[in-house]
Design a protein. Structure first.
Length: 146
C-alpha cells in the first residue's frame, strides 16, 4: 500500500521568513515525512520582498531539499485575500498539483496564498474512489479591541 502524499502550503518558508506559522508548518511537514507516515512536499510563498521575480518560472527552489519549493505570488491583495494575477497563479498551481498529485493539501494560513487556492485544489484534484482529498486551514491571526 502506498503512503499518502501531503502538500503543505504556507504563506512563507522559514529559511526566508522565520515566523511561527512558517516554522511550525515546515517542522510538521518534515516530522510527518521522517516518521514515515506520508510523502510530503512543502510549498512556501514568496514575493519581491523575499526574492527577485523570475518571469520564466513562478516555481523556485529554496535549498538542496527536493521537497521544498517556493511559489511566486507577487499579485496578492491582502484585503480581499485574493490573487490579482489569477491566470499565473492557477497555471502554476496546476503544475504543482499535476506533478505531485497530493492526497491531502494542508494550508497553513491563507495570507499570500488566497482563498482561490481552495477552488483550484478542488477543481484540479477531484475525488477519486482510491483517494481522499481534504483541506485544513489554521491561522494565528487574532483581533483585539483597541
Amino acid at each position: 500500500m502506498r503512503r499518502p502524499r501531503i502538500l503543505f502550503a504556507c504563506q512563507g518558508n522559514p529559511d526566508l521568513v522565520p515566523g511561527g506559522t512558517e516554522m511550525l508548518a515546515h517542522d510538521l511537514c518534515r516530522a510527518v515525512r521522517d516518521a514515515g507516515y506520508a510523502d510530503t512536499l512543502f510549498l512556501g510563498c514568496v514575493t519581491r520582498l523575499h526574492r527577485a521575480f523570475r518571469p520564466e518560472s513562478r516555481l523556485q527552489t529554496i535549498n538542496a531539499a527536493a521537497s521544498d519549493m517556493l511559489l511566486w505570488v507577487g499579485g496578492y491583495d491582502p484585503f480581499a485575500m485574493a490573487q490579482t494575477d489569477l491566470e499565473g497563479f492557477v497555471r502554476t498551481m496546476r503544475e504543482v498539483l499535476t506533478a505531485t498529485r497530493p492526497d491531502i493539501v494542508h494550508f497553513h494560513h491563507l495570507s499570500l496564498i488566497g482563498l482561490e487556492a481552495f477552488f483550484v485544489v478542488r477543481r484540479l484534484l477531484p475525488r477519486r474512489a482510491s483517494s481522499s482529498r481534504c483541506t485544513t486551514t489554521r491561522t494565528f491571526a487574532s483581533t483585539t479591541d483597541c
